[in-house]
Write a protein that binds this ligand. Structure first.
Ligand SMILES: C=CC1=C(C)c2cc3[nH]c(cc4nc(cc5[nH]c(cc1n2)c(C)c5CCC(=O)O)C(CCC(=O)O)=C4C)c(C)c3C=C
Ligand SMILES: [Fe+2]
Length: 428
């Protein structure tokens, strides 16, 4: 553990702006609130910093693409898959409008709706994020195949708009999928550097949707916090390995255009600027893994555990040579290792954005109920996730230690401009 370091001038200027301070600031009409900077020679004018968009933990909600896809992964996730219970298209459109307004408020660190002193009504905002900073909250909305047609019914007249790629994944060998962890008409992925902020976001959206939607399944997720790893090294999964090393570069827009964002000609125009999300809830047999010798663990992934380097190499980002042989002519990186199979010829890439989960213990076995909520984004699941998972499901050494329990595919909607609403292009 690192020692606490005293606040310095820089940290004062990057001090997080809490929802309470933002409200205070809004209430004084442009006159800045000065926070305790005396003695350090610096004053932070919250009004100015907010007006200039200088708060350091706000991810802009509006944009060409939705946030939460190429955004650097926050520490926590709250994911919900919803079922739509209304059959009324206008109600559904109004819901997306209401969600857009609330999501824009919450990601900016504000409360939902106007504050009210009416004690005869439930408050508009549920309150648990009141003093909390925006925490880099992102809220990402997606629509599942069943929003378009369910049990043969076209409830919202959207059937003709359904993209060919928006369909259930094929059944893979060893799948043990449960309905209670699969599918959904709509998904909400809320990510934040504070779990209470992420939970608050989903809770308030679900509350707004009451009478029109119900929760089908939900999952919290975590990774190491950036506070615990100030170097922001690649996070490790619950098997202790660095997970995310060979991801495409989120900051490289041409890579994102090639692998992540749907383009004109890929399918219906309403999804241009969106992306397909594949979610798999994968249970990890932690106790079995913990009894496995290190050499076998490393052969399973094809990487060294501590450094994250490809087997036979020293550093995490050293070039991978799947053909490299040892002095006996054997491959250094086993052909059935997770890296070898997931990489394949290296052409089909996905943007992985997974979170670990830990949900108590399995009452049947007494073992820890933990795993990975594997979330990935791509332009075309049939050409990206599916061929990779087909190779993994057949031969991956990792299959001895994991089991897929849930599966869902969503079309994540394009981004929204101020004045517009999420899903506008679909309902137009
Ligand atoms: C079908 C897609 C994938 C599933 C499902 C999946 C599950 C899964 N992965 C790990 C841990 C690691 N995965 C790593 C690399 C990696 N995994 C996939 C795809 C799926 N993984 C890809 C495309 C890659 C990159 C391959 C490459 O190009 O090198 C690694 C190695 C480090 C890294 O690059 O991130 C680890 C570790 C777990 C634990 C898991 C299911 C529980
Ligand atoms: Fe993987």
């Amino acid at each position: 553990m690192k020692e606490n370091t005293p606040n310095d001038e820089t940290s004062l200027f990057t001090k997080k702006v809490s929802r309470r301070n933002m409200l205070k600031t809004a209430g004084v009409g442009g006159v800045g609130v000065v926070i305790g900077a005396s003695g350090f020679g610096g004053l932070l004018n919250l009004s100015d910093s907010k007006a200039n968009g200088q708060t350091n933990d706000v991810v802009p909600f509006y944009g060409t693409n939705q946030a939460g896809i190429t955004t650097e992964a926050q520490d926590n996730l709250y994911f919900a898959a919803l079922e739509v219970t209304t059959d009324n298209k206008s109600d559904l459109i109004q819901l997306f409008k209401d969600w857009t307004e609330a999501a824009a408020q919450m990601t900016a660190g504000k409360l939902v709706g106007e504050a009210s002193l009416n004690t005869s009504m439930p408050p508009k905002d549920t309150g648990e994020a009141k003093e909390l900073s925006p925490s880099n909250l992102t809220i990402t909305f997606g629509v599942g195949p069943t929003l378009f047609t369910k049990n043969g019914k076209d409830r919202f007249g959207l059937k003709s708009k359904k993209p060919a790629e928006l369909k259930d994944l094929p059944k893979f060998p060893l799948d043990a999928l449960e309905d209670s962890w699969s599918g959904g008409d709509i998904c909400i992925q809320a990510c934040a550097d504070d779990l209470q902020v992420a939970f608050h976001a989903v809770r308030n959206l679900v509350r707004i949707g009451r009478g029109k939607t119900i929760i089908h399944w939900a999952q919290t997720g975590f990774q190491r916090t950036k506070q615990a790893d100030s170097q922001k090294t690649t996070p490790r999964n619950l098997f202790g390995f660095k997970d995310g090393t060979a991801n495409p570069d989120k900051k490289n827009s041409s890579e994102m255009n090639e692998h992540v964002w749907v383009k004109a000609g890929d399918g219906p125009d309403w999804l241009v600027g969106g992306s397909y999300m594949v979610v798999r809830r994968i249970q990890m047999y932690i106790e079995v893994w913990d009894r496995t010798i290190l050499k076998e663990q490393e052969n399973t992934f094809g990487r060294h555990r501590d450094s994250g380097a490809p087997l036979g190499m020293k550093n995490e980002f050293d070039k991978v040579d799947l053909e490299a042989k040892d002095k006996n002519g054997n491959r250094i990186i086993p052909e059935d290792s997770h890296m070898s199979l997931s990489r394949g010829d290296g052409k089909a890439k996905i943007l992985r954005r997974p979170y670990s989960y830990a949900d108590g213990m399995d009452p049947k076995t007494g073992s820890l109920n933990a795993g990975l909520l594997f979330i990935c984004y791509q332009r075309n699941p049939s050409k990206q996730f599916v061929p990779i998972q087909e190779r993994l499901a057949k031969n991956d050494k990792l299959n001895e230690y994991i089991i897929h329990r849930g599966s869902a595919v969503f079309a994540c909607l394009p981004g929204v401009k101020k004045g517009g609403y999420i899903g506008e292009s679909l309902f137009r």
